[in-house]
Design a protein around this ligand. Structure first.
Ligand SMILES: C[S@@+](CC[C@H](N)C(=O)[O-])C[C@H]1O[C@@H](n2cnc3c(N)ncnc32)[C@H](O)[C@@H]1O
Length: 338
């Protein structure tokens, strides 16, 4: 089989060069020998002689999703593939652009063949929408079924990707919040979903009391199950209800920390958050914002609501949590209420 022989010190650089020119033959595994590394190639690579070498065929499991598609699609189609995707437990959720719809089954099968842990592939049919922030999905390949178990930060979460909101992309943020929590705090986890924020916090700091409020009955059902799975019944109390109604009834002037992970619309609930905040309470306020000027609008919401509620708000920290869409980022502003 046709190869080029590359010195070890140059191997990574040349491997990348071969990939970018679509010259690396992924059907075979490169071989390291004393004189260097033999890379299987599909054609000539400038500056290197072609040599014959017998190489082992590569198992498709060693390919990345992207590499697994290169030989199956035309170069035009390959350019359109959205290479990033989410894996929640055993389910992969991919995006398929319109021009690749006819190839979606092949793309999903290819993903299944290279990711041992992925058992099902679903396609996004649109953005997160509605009050419950769920999205429509289409089954593409593998085992049909939308319930899965996801592990993060030593916690387990069961959930139905079709009925509740969940993203693995906030795992670092959950840890960041959990690390700030002090023993004895009373925490209000608003918009709690299936419970990832409260459960990660309780795992790290079990000496707290958390009330987790969520409107979607399916999410609350999974949150209850997840609280049991992670043995947090003594720490977290799930509540099915609307933050606007639950706070004035149960939690006036009671919280040391409030989480508001509802990036689209949390500003409409700032009045309730101020109502629930004890003196020195920390509020973690999430929003979508423009990448160019991410914090200005968000701070304005906080300052305005502090004024209305007759309290003081001191910004304690600001962070871009993750890119969300072109030009749009998710941010968090942490502020202290006096
Ligand atoms: C963006 S999701 C966040 C879920 C969870 N915190 C997480 O990170 O996975 C927002 C959640 O807020 C819930 N929600 C929306 N409006 C609400 C309200 N008025 N009261 C309580 N929960 C609400 C939605 O059902 C959804 O589960």
């Amino acid at each position: 089989m046709k190869c080029i022989l590359v010195k070890r010190k140059d191997a990574e650089r040349i491997r990348r060069g071969l990939i970018s020119l679509n010259l690396l033959d992924n059907k075979y595994a490169p071989k390291a020998e004393e004189d260097g590394i033999y890379f299987p190639v599909k054609g000539r690579f400038k500056g290197f002689k072609l040599v014959e070498k017998k190489l082992e065929t590569r198992s498709p499991r060693f390919l990345s999703f992207e590499e697994s598609l290169r030989d199956k699609l035309t170069p035009e189609e390959f350019k359109s593939v959205v290479k990033s995707f989410d894996v929640i437990g055993s389910i992969a959720i991919i995006e398929v652009p319109k021009e690749l719809e006819k190839r979606e089954k092949l793309i999903a099968d290819s993903l299944l063949s290279v990711h041992r842990n992925v058992k099902s592939v679903y396609k996004k049919l649109g953005p997160m929408e509605g009050v419950y922030r769920t999205r429509k999905l289409k089954f593409l390949a593998g085992d049909k079924g939308t319930v899965t178990e996801y592990r993060e930060n030593n916690c387990r979460f069961r959930l139905d990707i079709a009925k509740v909101y969940f993203t693995p992309r906030l795992s670092f943020e959950r840890l960041r919040i959990a690390e700030q929590v002090k023993p004895g705090e009373h925490i209000l986890a608003l918009f709690a979903g299936v419970g990832p924020f409260p459960i990660v916090i309780a795992k790290m700091q079990p000496n707290v009391k958390i009330h987790a409020i969520e409107l979607n009955p399916d999410a609350v059902k999974y949150m209850e199950e997840n609280i049991r799975l992670n043995r947090m019944q003594e720490v977290i109390t799930p509540l099915l209800g609307d933050v606007k109604e639950v706070i004035p009834k149960k939690f006036v002037n009671s919280a040391d920390r409030i989480l508001m992970p509802l990036p689209k619309g949390a500003e409409k609930f700032l009045a309730e958050a101020f109502l629930a905040a004890k003196k020195d309470c920390i509020i973690h306020f999430y929003q979508f914002a423009s990448e160019k000027n991410p914090f200005e609008e968000v701070e304005k919401f906080v300052v305005k609501e502090a004024l209305i509620s007759g309290r003081k708000a001191e910004i304690a920290g600001e962070r871009v949590v993750r890119p969300f869409a072109p030009g749009v980022v998710q941010v968090v502003v942490d502020f202290r209420v006096r």
